[in-house]
Ligand binder design. Structure first.
Ligand code: HSE
Length: 411
């Protein structure tokens, strides 16, 4: 029998307990022995519930019990999660976490401690919720040279954007529904401002390059400025708007960014809707693969944590070589990335045709009925060049008391 402790009995932690109970036989067979939850660390009591007698409020009880071999961290946030996880690894316990903020900020150190202590620090649930993506990277694709990872990595924002697209609902209403369904972070700013996607992307890049990624170097834009009118243009262009995290690895350089992007109907990520995530992984031998499934939510995310418990149970006496070292992976500035750009401009196109063509060349133009504005879609160009051209356009527009209303990158 292997004793397990769960730290944090919120949405994901209670999901882990539920799966271990409901799938008891499957789990025991996979582990080769029984998995028993010995303690649940939480500030609350849960009187009358099945876990009432397992609740502890003192972390030391878990750390000091040598029979507890695997600890699940589903508390979220950096503290006290970081101190507790570090102490568990240092005490020779395996750790499985769903906490991407923790992995992105302290993964380098925690992986190093796990290596030194010959235990495992596992974080399948930290990216893509229930989708297997970390394990494919260190197991199935270990012979591949990965040149691109691009994905919809946040369920909450994908849920919100899908509602805005398909039902025309407001941003705030859709966010409230996502929160009620247990998808959103405790502070939804991490979702809607793109920080959650950024941290997940940093973890994926670090997995691929084997080097530490400072997520603060990844240019990150959220979805709070996206409006219903943008979706009307998107529909006219046969596209949808998705929050995308993208990385390209070439010749030691990594280009990476997070931003809302207009995606064509024939792009594989176009069909990734609601709380689902989709992650494209392109290898030089493999070509393109896509990993798809529930990107957030109680049981899907808990399912990935349970898989990590079983991975640890099977590798009880050794450290699986995975992750990254303290060597730094530089991220190229977004100015070097190439995109097409969707630009909304006030006034009529007829009056500004020459101006737009002079600055950006021939572009695809969209005019919606009864709107005192128009939009155009540029060809592919480096972001630095686009921004220079945009400044020129803005100066010319200001002289005519007009302005650029919106800019969205396009695939
Ligand atoms: N808030 C996150 C999301 C939870 O919506 O994707 C899963 O990481």
């Amino acid at each position: 029998m292997i004793k397990v402790a769960i730290m944090g009995y919120g949405t994901i932690g209670s999901g882990v307990y539920e799966i271990l109970e409901r799938n008891r036989e499957i789990v025991s067979r996979a582990a080769g022995q029984e998995i028993q939850v010995a303690y649940i660390l939480d500030l609350r009591e849960f009187p009358g519930s099945a876990v009432e007698n397992k609740i502890v409020h003192d972390f030391d009880v878990i750390r000091d019990d040598d029979e507890v071999k695997i600890v699940v961290e589903t508390m979220g946030g950096l503290e006290p999660a970081y101190s507790f996880v570090k102490a568990c690894l240092e005490s020779g316990k395996h750790v499985a976490t769903s906490n991407k903020a923790l992995v992105a900020a302290h993964g380098t150190e925690l992986l190093a401690i796990a290596r030194e202590k010959q235990v495992n620090f596992l974080f399948e649930a930290s990216v893509g919720g229930g989708i297997p993506i970390i394990r494919p990277l260190y197991r199935c694709l270990m012979g591949e040279k990965i040149e691109e990872i691009t994905g919809i990595l946040n369920g909450t924002t994908n849920f919100i954007l899908t509602k805005m697209d398909k039902e025309g609902t407001s941003f705030q209403w859709a966010l409230k529904e996502a929160q009620a369904l247990g998808y959103a972070e405790r502070n939804p700013e991490a979702d809607v401002e793109g920080h959650d996607t950024c941290r997940k992307l940093a973890i994926l890049i670090a997995m691929v390059t084997g080097k530490e990624v400072n997520y603060e170097e990844i240019s990150t834009e959220g979805i709070t400025e996206i409006t219903d009118v943008d979706f009307k243009y998107a529909a006219a262009l046969d596209t949808s708007i998705k929050l995308v995290g993208s990385s390209h690895m070439e010749a030691g350089k990594v280009h990476a960014w997070v931003a809302p992007v207009m995606i064509d109907r024939d792009h594989p990520l176009y069909a990734v809707s609601d709380v689902y995530n989709g992650i494209l992984v392109k290898g030089t031998m493999l070509g393109t693969t896509m990993y798809y499934g529930s990107g957030a939510g109680k049981l899907p995310t808990a399912s990935a944590v349970v898989a990590d418990i079983l991975e640890a149970a099977k590798e009880m006496d050794s450290n699986i070589p995975l992750g990254w070292t303290e060597e730094k992976q530089e991220i190229s500035p977004i100015g070097e990335s190439v995109h097409r750009y969707f630009v909304r401009v006030s006034g009529t196109y007829e009056d500004r045709k020459d101006m737009v063509e002079t600055v950006f060349g021939k572009s695809r133009v969209v005019e919606l009925p009864e709107m005192e504005e128009f939009a155009f879609l540029t060809g592919p160009m480096k972001e630095s060049r686009f921004l220079e051209n945009l400044e020129i356009l803005k100066v010319e527009l200001t002289a005519e008391y007009q302005k650029v209303i919106q800019v969205i990158r396009a695939e």
